[in-house]
Design a protein around this ligand. Structure first.
Ligand code: XIL
Length: 359
Protein backbone atom coordinates (compact mmCIF):
# COMPACT_ATOMS: atom_id res chain seq x y z
CA UNK A 1 0.00 0.00 0.00
CA UNK A 2 1.08 3.60 -0.59
CA UNK A 3 1.08 4.33 3.14
CA UNK A 4 3.39 1.36 3.67
CA UNK A 5 5.81 2.65 1.04
CA UNK A 6 5.90 6.10 2.58
CA UNK A 7 6.55 4.52 5.94
CA UNK A 8 9.83 3.19 4.59
CA UNK A 9 11.13 6.73 4.43
CA UNK A 10 9.49 8.37 7.40
CA UNK A 11 7.50 6.07 9.65
CA UNK A 12 4.02 7.52 10.19
CA UNK A 13 3.16 5.08 12.94
CA UNK A 14 5.03 5.23 16.22
CA UNK A 15 5.89 2.47 18.62
CA UNK A 16 2.62 1.24 20.06
CA UNK A 17 0.78 2.06 16.84
CA UNK A 18 0.23 5.77 17.42
CA UNK A 19 -0.22 7.54 14.11
CA UNK A 20 1.80 10.71 13.47
CA UNK A 21 -0.11 14.00 13.65
CA UNK A 22 1.03 14.97 10.14
CA UNK A 23 -0.42 11.74 8.76
CA UNK A 24 -3.73 12.17 10.59
CA UNK A 25 -3.96 15.76 9.35
CA UNK A 26 -2.94 14.85 5.80
CA UNK A 27 -5.74 12.32 5.58
CA UNK A 28 -8.10 15.31 5.70
CA UNK A 29 -5.98 17.54 3.50
CA UNK A 30 -4.68 19.53 6.46
CA UNK A 31 -1.05 20.56 6.90
CA UNK A 32 0.16 20.15 10.50
CA UNK A 33 3.34 21.56 11.92
CA UNK A 34 5.15 23.19 14.81
CA UNK A 35 7.74 25.80 15.69
CA UNK A 36 11.40 24.96 15.74
CA UNK A 37 14.42 26.88 17.05
CA UNK A 38 17.94 26.84 15.63
CA UNK A 39 19.46 25.34 18.79
CA UNK A 40 16.96 22.49 18.49
CA UNK A 41 17.95 21.48 14.96
CA UNK A 42 21.65 21.55 15.83
CA UNK A 43 21.31 18.68 18.31
CA UNK A 44 20.12 15.41 16.88
CA UNK A 45 18.21 14.21 19.93
CA UNK A 46 14.92 12.45 20.66
CA UNK A 47 13.01 15.72 20.41
CA UNK A 48 14.22 16.28 16.87
CA UNK A 49 13.18 12.73 15.97
CA UNK A 50 9.69 13.52 17.27
CA UNK A 51 9.57 16.72 15.19
CA UNK A 52 10.59 14.79 12.07
CA UNK A 53 7.90 12.21 12.64
CA UNK A 54 4.98 14.44 13.67
CA UNK A 55 5.37 17.53 11.47
CA UNK A 56 4.81 18.20 7.78
CA UNK A 57 5.84 21.84 8.10
CA UNK A 58 8.00 23.90 10.46
CA UNK A 59 7.94 27.55 11.42
CA UNK A 60 10.89 29.58 12.70
CA UNK A 61 10.09 30.60 16.28
CA UNK A 62 12.42 33.60 16.53
CA UNK A 63 15.09 33.29 13.84
CA UNK A 64 13.53 35.51 11.19
CA UNK A 65 12.20 38.32 13.34
CA UNK A 66 13.74 41.53 12.04
CA UNK A 67 14.94 42.77 15.44
CA UNK A 68 16.68 39.45 16.06
CA UNK A 69 18.67 39.29 12.82
CA UNK A 70 19.55 42.84 11.85
CA UNK A 71 21.44 45.09 14.29
CA UNK A 72 22.33 47.67 11.63
CA UNK A 73 20.86 48.55 8.22
CA UNK A 74 21.81 45.89 5.66
CA UNK A 75 23.70 43.75 8.21
CA UNK A 76 21.94 40.46 8.69
CA UNK A 77 22.70 37.21 10.47
CA UNK A 78 20.89 34.46 8.62
CA UNK A 79 22.86 31.55 10.10
CA UNK A 80 20.16 30.44 12.61
CA UNK A 81 17.34 30.66 10.06
CA UNK A 82 19.45 28.91 7.42
CA UNK A 83 20.10 26.04 9.85
CA UNK A 84 16.33 25.57 10.22
CA UNK A 85 15.51 25.87 6.52
CA UNK A 86 18.31 23.44 5.65
CA UNK A 87 17.03 20.99 8.24
CA UNK A 88 13.50 21.22 6.81
CA UNK A 89 14.70 20.83 3.23
CA UNK A 90 16.93 17.90 4.14
CA UNK A 91 14.01 16.12 5.78
CA UNK A 92 11.36 16.84 3.17
CA UNK A 93 9.46 19.26 5.41
CA UNK A 94 7.79 22.46 4.25
CA UNK A 95 8.62 25.83 5.87
CA UNK A 96 6.64 28.82 7.07
CA UNK A 97 8.59 32.03 7.53
CA UNK A 98 7.68 33.97 10.68
CA UNK A 99 7.61 36.96 10.34
CA UNK A 100 8.59 39.78 8.01
CA UNK A 101 7.10 42.53 10.19
CA UNK A 102 6.26 42.54 13.89
CA UNK A 103 6.16 45.75 15.90
CA UNK A 104 7.56 43.92 18.96
CA UNK A 105 10.75 42.76 17.24
CA UNK A 106 11.75 45.71 15.11
CA UNK A 107 15.36 46.93 15.19
CA UNK A 108 16.10 49.97 17.29
CA UNK A 109 17.76 51.73 14.34
CA UNK A 110 14.47 51.44 12.38
CA UNK A 111 12.59 53.15 15.21
CA UNK A 112 15.11 55.97 15.12
CA UNK A 113 14.85 56.70 11.37
CA UNK A 114 14.13 60.37 10.72
CA UNK A 115 11.09 60.34 8.41
CA UNK A 116 8.35 58.28 6.76
CA UNK A 117 10.04 57.96 3.36
CA UNK A 118 13.26 56.60 4.86
CA UNK A 119 11.28 54.19 7.03
CA UNK A 120 9.24 52.99 4.05
CA UNK A 121 12.43 52.37 2.05
CA UNK A 122 13.99 50.43 4.95
CA UNK A 123 10.85 48.31 5.39
CA UNK A 124 10.65 47.49 1.68
CA UNK A 125 14.38 46.70 1.48
CA UNK A 126 14.01 44.36 4.44
CA UNK A 127 11.10 42.46 2.87
CA UNK A 128 12.80 42.25 -0.52
CA UNK A 129 16.02 40.96 1.01
CA UNK A 130 14.57 38.39 3.42
CA UNK A 131 11.71 37.06 1.30
CA UNK A 132 14.05 37.13 -1.71
CA UNK A 133 16.73 35.12 0.08
CA UNK A 134 14.27 32.28 0.82
CA UNK A 135 12.41 32.61 -2.49
CA UNK A 136 10.84 29.28 -3.46
CA UNK A 137 11.67 27.72 -0.08
CA UNK A 138 8.81 29.09 2.05
CA UNK A 139 5.39 27.49 1.64
CA UNK A 140 3.92 30.34 3.69
CA UNK A 141 5.26 33.75 4.71
CA UNK A 142 3.81 35.63 7.67
CA UNK A 143 3.99 39.10 6.17
CA UNK A 144 2.67 41.02 9.16
CA UNK A 145 2.23 39.88 12.71
CA UNK A 146 -0.31 41.55 15.02
CA UNK A 147 -1.04 44.64 12.89
CA UNK A 148 -4.41 45.41 14.51
CA UNK A 149 -4.89 47.13 17.87
CA UNK A 150 -8.25 48.84 18.33
CA UNK A 151 -7.14 49.99 21.79
CA UNK A 152 -4.75 52.41 20.07
CA UNK A 153 -7.90 54.30 19.06
CA UNK A 154 -6.97 55.04 15.46
CA UNK A 155 -9.98 55.27 13.15
CA UNK A 156 -8.48 52.52 10.96
CA UNK A 157 -7.95 50.18 13.94
CA UNK A 158 -4.29 49.64 13.05
CA UNK A 159 -1.72 49.26 15.79
CA UNK A 160 -0.15 52.69 16.10
CA UNK A 161 3.37 51.77 17.15
CA UNK A 162 5.24 51.20 15.04
CA UNK A 163 4.62 50.82 11.31
CA UNK A 164 1.36 52.77 10.93
CA UNK A 165 3.00 55.75 12.63
CA UNK A 166 6.49 55.45 11.27
CA UNK A 167 5.63 54.59 7.62
CA UNK A 168 1.92 55.41 7.43
CA UNK A 169 -1.23 53.25 7.27
CA UNK A 170 -0.51 52.21 3.67
CA UNK A 171 2.42 50.14 4.99
CA UNK A 172 0.18 47.08 5.32
CA UNK A 173 -0.71 46.86 1.62
CA UNK A 174 2.82 47.80 0.58
CA UNK A 175 4.26 44.98 2.69
CA UNK A 176 2.11 42.35 0.99
CA UNK A 177 2.94 43.64 -2.48
CA UNK A 178 6.65 43.64 -1.62
CA UNK A 179 6.48 40.08 -0.29
CA UNK A 180 4.68 38.93 -3.45
CA UNK A 181 7.30 40.57 -5.66
CA UNK A 182 10.16 39.01 -3.69
CA UNK A 183 8.68 35.50 -3.61
CA UNK A 184 5.90 34.78 -6.11
CA UNK A 185 5.25 31.25 -4.81
CA UNK A 186 4.95 31.70 -1.03
CA UNK A 187 1.40 32.01 0.27
CA UNK A 188 1.06 35.30 2.10
CA UNK A 189 -0.38 35.35 5.61
CA UNK A 190 -1.76 38.07 7.92
CA UNK A 191 -1.29 36.90 11.52
CA UNK A 192 -3.35 38.08 14.50
CA UNK A 193 -4.32 37.19 18.06
CA UNK A 194 -7.24 38.17 20.26
CA UNK A 195 -10.01 36.83 18.01
CA UNK A 196 -10.57 33.45 19.66
CA UNK A 197 -12.85 34.26 22.60
CA UNK A 198 -16.15 35.85 23.52
CA UNK A 199 -15.24 39.31 24.77
CA UNK A 200 -15.90 42.84 23.60
CA UNK A 201 -12.23 43.27 22.74
CA UNK A 202 -12.30 40.12 20.59
CA UNK A 203 -15.58 41.26 18.94
CA UNK A 204 -13.96 44.55 17.99
CA UNK A 205 -10.78 42.93 16.71
CA UNK A 206 -12.73 40.46 14.58
CA UNK A 207 -14.70 43.35 13.08
CA UNK A 208 -11.63 45.45 12.35
CA UNK A 209 -9.74 42.52 10.81
CA UNK A 210 -12.66 41.73 8.52
CA UNK A 211 -12.84 45.36 7.45
CA UNK A 212 -9.14 45.35 6.54
CA UNK A 213 -9.27 42.01 4.75
CA UNK A 214 -12.29 43.17 2.69
CA UNK A 215 -10.54 46.38 1.81
CA UNK A 216 -7.30 44.62 0.91
CA UNK A 217 -9.09 42.08 -1.30
CA UNK A 218 -10.94 44.87 -3.10
CA UNK A 219 -7.68 46.72 -3.66
CA UNK A 220 -5.97 43.63 -5.11
CA UNK A 221 -3.57 43.20 -2.18
CA UNK A 222 -2.24 39.61 -2.25
CA UNK A 223 -3.39 38.47 1.20
CA UNK A 224 -4.17 34.77 0.98
CA UNK A 225 -4.38 33.42 4.51
CA UNK A 226 -5.56 34.82 7.84
CA UNK A 227 -3.56 33.33 10.68
CA UNK A 228 -5.34 32.95 14.02
CA UNK A 229 -2.65 32.56 16.67
CA UNK A 230 -4.80 30.70 19.21
CA UNK A 231 -2.75 31.14 22.36
CA UNK A 232 -5.61 29.81 24.46
CA UNK A 233 -6.10 30.10 28.21
CA UNK A 234 -7.96 27.86 30.62
CA UNK A 235 -10.78 29.51 32.52
CA UNK A 236 -9.59 33.03 31.79
CA UNK A 237 -12.08 33.87 29.06
CA UNK A 238 -15.39 32.50 27.86
CA UNK A 239 -15.75 30.96 24.46
CA UNK A 240 -18.45 31.38 21.83
CA UNK A 241 -18.52 28.66 19.19
CA UNK A 242 -20.92 30.74 17.14
CA UNK A 243 -18.76 33.88 17.09
CA UNK A 244 -15.63 31.96 16.12
CA UNK A 245 -17.45 29.95 13.45
CA UNK A 246 -19.08 33.10 12.01
CA UNK A 247 -15.73 34.87 11.88
CA UNK A 248 -13.99 32.03 10.07
CA UNK A 249 -16.91 31.76 7.64
CA UNK A 250 -16.78 35.51 6.94
CA UNK A 251 -13.04 35.37 6.23
CA UNK A 252 -13.55 32.38 3.98
CA UNK A 253 -16.35 34.17 2.11
CA UNK A 254 -13.75 36.75 1.07
CA UNK A 255 -11.76 33.99 -0.64
CA UNK A 256 -9.16 33.97 2.16
CA UNK A 257 -8.03 30.74 3.79
CA UNK A 258 -7.62 30.43 7.55
CA UNK A 259 -4.67 28.92 9.41
CA UNK A 260 -4.28 28.21 13.10
CA UNK A 261 -0.76 29.49 13.56
CA UNK A 262 0.39 29.32 17.20
CA UNK A 263 -1.84 26.97 19.18
CA UNK A 264 -1.00 26.31 22.83
CA UNK A 265 -2.86 26.50 26.13
CA UNK A 266 -1.94 28.47 29.24
CA UNK A 267 -2.78 26.42 32.35
CA UNK A 268 -2.08 29.08 35.00
CA UNK A 269 -5.69 28.96 36.26
CA UNK A 270 -5.79 25.15 36.52
CA UNK A 271 -4.95 23.20 39.70
CA UNK A 272 -1.50 21.66 40.13
CA UNK A 273 -2.76 18.07 39.91
CA UNK A 274 -1.39 16.88 36.61
CA UNK A 275 -4.22 14.57 35.52
CA UNK A 276 -6.80 17.25 36.25
CA UNK A 277 -4.70 19.95 34.61
CA UNK A 278 -4.00 17.91 31.48
CA UNK A 279 -7.67 17.16 31.06
CA UNK A 280 -8.55 20.87 31.34
CA UNK A 281 -5.87 21.75 28.77
CA UNK A 282 -7.20 19.02 26.47
CA UNK A 283 -10.76 20.37 26.84
CA UNK A 284 -9.57 23.82 25.76
CA UNK A 285 -7.85 22.35 22.68
CA UNK A 286 -11.02 20.47 21.80
CA UNK A 287 -13.43 23.36 22.36
CA UNK A 288 -11.46 25.53 19.98
CA UNK A 289 -10.50 22.95 17.35
CA UNK A 290 -13.97 21.41 17.11
CA UNK A 291 -15.16 24.78 15.81
CA UNK A 292 -12.06 25.85 13.86
CA UNK A 293 -11.65 22.53 12.06
CA UNK A 294 -15.39 22.37 11.46
CA UNK A 295 -14.85 24.89 8.65
CA UNK A 296 -13.16 23.67 5.48
CA UNK A 297 -11.40 27.06 5.16
CA UNK A 298 -8.95 25.93 7.85
CA UNK A 299 -6.27 23.99 5.98
CA UNK A 300 -3.25 24.51 8.22
CA UNK A 301 -2.64 23.98 11.93
CA UNK A 302 0.51 24.83 13.88
CA UNK A 303 1.10 24.32 17.57
CA UNK A 304 3.61 26.77 19.09
CA UNK A 305 5.96 23.94 19.97
CA UNK A 306 5.36 20.22 20.12
CA UNK A 307 6.50 19.13 23.57
CA UNK A 308 6.46 20.89 26.96
CA UNK A 309 10.27 20.53 26.83
CA UNK A 310 10.43 23.55 24.51
CA UNK A 311 7.71 26.15 25.02
CA UNK A 312 7.81 29.92 25.39
CA UNK A 313 5.28 29.59 28.24
CA UNK A 314 7.48 27.11 30.12
CA UNK A 315 10.48 29.41 29.54
CA UNK A 316 8.41 32.30 30.95
CA UNK A 317 8.74 34.35 27.77
CA UNK A 318 4.97 34.87 27.68
CA UNK A 319 3.26 37.47 29.91
CA UNK A 320 3.52 37.18 33.71
CA UNK A 321 -0.25 36.50 33.83
CA UNK A 322 0.43 33.19 32.05
CA UNK A 323 2.91 31.90 34.65
CA UNK A 324 1.78 29.48 37.34
CA UNK A 325 1.65 30.84 40.88
CA UNK A 326 2.69 27.49 42.40
CA UNK A 327 5.97 27.39 40.45
CA UNK A 328 5.04 24.10 38.75
CA UNK A 329 6.03 23.74 35.10
CA UNK A 330 3.20 24.65 32.70
CA UNK A 331 1.92 21.90 30.37
CA UNK A 332 0.74 23.76 27.25
CA UNK A 333 1.55 21.37 24.36
CA UNK A 334 0.48 17.96 22.94
CA UNK A 335 3.53 16.04 24.24
CA UNK A 336 5.02 16.24 27.74
CA UNK A 337 8.66 17.08 28.45
CA UNK A 338 9.55 13.37 28.23
CA UNK A 339 7.86 13.31 24.79
CA UNK A 340 4.88 11.18 25.83
CA UNK A 341 1.54 12.14 24.27
CA UNK A 342 -0.87 13.90 26.65
CA UNK A 343 -4.65 14.28 26.59
CA UNK A 344 -4.04 17.46 24.54
CA UNK A 345 -2.56 15.16 21.89
CA UNK A 346 -5.76 13.10 21.93
CA UNK A 347 -7.86 16.24 21.41
CA UNK A 348 -5.61 17.46 18.61
CA UNK A 349 -5.43 14.11 16.83
CA UNK A 350 -9.16 13.48 17.11
CA UNK A 351 -10.06 16.97 15.91
CA UNK A 352 -7.58 16.69 13.02
CA UNK A 353 -9.13 13.34 12.14
CA UNK A 354 -12.59 14.91 12.17
CA UNK A 355 -13.82 12.83 15.07
CA UNK A 356 -16.87 14.54 16.52
CA UNK A 357 -17.52 13.93 20.22
CA UNK A 358 -20.99 14.48 21.57
CA UNK A 359 -21.83 15.33 25.16
C1 XIL B 1 7.53 34.33 20.99
C2 XIL B 1 8.59 33.25 21.11
O1 XIL B 1 7.96 32.00 21.26
C3 XIL B 1 9.49 33.54 22.28
O2 XIL B 1 10.57 32.60 22.32
C4 XIL B 1 10.03 34.96 22.21
O3 XIL B 1 10.73 35.25 23.40
C5 XIL B 1 8.91 35.98 22.01
O4 XIL B 1 8.13 35.60 20.90
N1 XIL B 1 2.98 35.69 19.16
C6 XIL B 1 3.85 35.56 18.09
C7 XIL B 1 5.16 34.90 18.29
O5 XIL B 1 3.49 35.88 16.98
O6 XIL B 1 6.17 35.44 17.48
C8 XIL B 1 5.61 34.94 19.73
O7 XIL B 1 6.77 34.11 19.84
C9 XIL B 1 4.50 34.47 20.63
C10 XIL B 1 3.30 35.38 20.52
Amino acid sequence: MAAGLLALHRPAVARGGREALRAIAASRGILYGSTIAADQVRVDDDFLALVRRECAVLVTENELKWGNICDAPGEYDFAPADAIVDFATGNGLAMRGHTLLWYYKTPRWFRDLPDAKTAERAMLDHIALVAGRYRGRMRIWDVVNEPIEPAHARADGLRGAIFAEKVGPHYLDLAFHAARAADPTARLLFNEYGVEYDSEADDTKRRVILRHLERMKRAGVPVEILGIQAHLEIAAKSFSARKLADFIAAVSALGIEVAITELDVVDAAAPGNIAKRDSMVADEYRRFLDVALGDAAVRTVFTWGLSDRHSWIVRRESGANTWRGDGMAPRPLPFDAALAPKPAWTSLSECLAGVVRHG
